[in-house]
Design a binder for this molecule. Structure first.
Ligand code: ADP
Ligand code: ADP
Length: 228
């Protein structure tokens, strides 16, 4: 697992509609030790996705530094896994093959990656869905598979952008419980974006409040599980 370090991070976009530069991230410094679970909360437009996309290496930053495991981020890499709000599973692959896709890309042989995928599906209580196709599953189930797929890649840093925003309340609680259980077992470094404060507090051991592109507050949270 790798640490994450943001130092005086800044991002300006050129807004083609306004014809001017807009500052999305002003001066964000944040240290996330390896194995820590940090939630970033804040209202829409405060810059949460921008931070995540820069850490993922999808977009360049305009100032400051991003270090993953002490190394500057130069682009996307297999050490960082990303989960978005919409899951984007491969519809022509079974759940097992979707979950095993990351290991496949790393050249892991079929038998071994099937074993990895089955292990992660079991961790999430999804063994029964292994041979189903995504379209046979509800949206909530697909999102659960999406999260498992990201975890089966065993990234050092897991970046999650409102991953549970589009599922019903019951599924959302199931996903939260699954994620916290897997995190406690495997301890990946996690950055979790949400605008839901209870969710942020339930999942993370540190909550960062972002406002207008700046860190407003950082709060350590005692782990409060189990919930039920
Ligand atoms: P959040 O994830 O907290 O909702 P974002 O990171 O998406 O916030 O956006 C932060 C700010 O940057 C907003 O003002 C948004 O309009 C602006 N922004 C985001 N992406 C772009 C882009 N590609 N071009 C121009 N402005 C952008
Ligand atoms: P979020 O769910 O993070 O609030 P948004 O709906 O604000 O996301 O943005 C969705 C996408 O649109 C993102 O890829 C973001 O970078 C882009 N975007 C947001 N604001 C702007 C903008 N003002 N100009 C161009 N692209 C933008």
């Amino acid at each position: 697992m790798k640490s994450l370090s943001l130092k005086n991070l800044a991002k300006t976009y050129f807004d083609a509609y306004k014809g001017e530069h807009v500052t999305a991230i002003r001066d964000v410094s944040l240290e996330v030790p390896a194995g820590e679970f940090v939630s970033i909360v804040g209202p829409s437009g405060c810059g949460k996705s921008t931070i995540l996309n820069m850490v993922a290496g999808f977009i360049p930053h305009s100032g400051g530094h991003i270090l993953v495991g002490g190394e500057p981020v130069k682009g996307p890499g297999p050490d960082r896994g990303v989960v978005f709000q919409s899951f984007a599973l491969f519809p022509w692959k079974t759940v097992l093959d979707n979950v095993g896709f990351g290991p496949k890309m790393r050249g892991v042989p079929k038998a071994e990656r099937d074993a990895i995928a089955r292990e992660y599906l079991a961790l999430a209580g999804l063994s029964h869905a292994a041979d189903r196709y995504p379209t046979e599953l509800s949206g909530g189930m697909q999102q659960r598979v999406g999260v498992v797929r990201a975890l089966a890649n065993e990234p050092d840093v897991l970046l999650m952008d409102e991953p549970f925003a589009s599922v019903d309340a019951q599924t959302r609680m199931t996903l939260q419980d699954e994620l916290s259980r897997i995190w406690e077992e495997r301890r990946p470094t996690v950055v979790f974006i949400t605008h839901d404060v209870p969710e942020a507090v339930f999942l993370a051991n540190r909550v960062v409040v972002l406002s207008k592109g700046k860190v407003l507050a950082e709060v350590d949270v005692p782990i409060s599980r189990p919930r039920v």
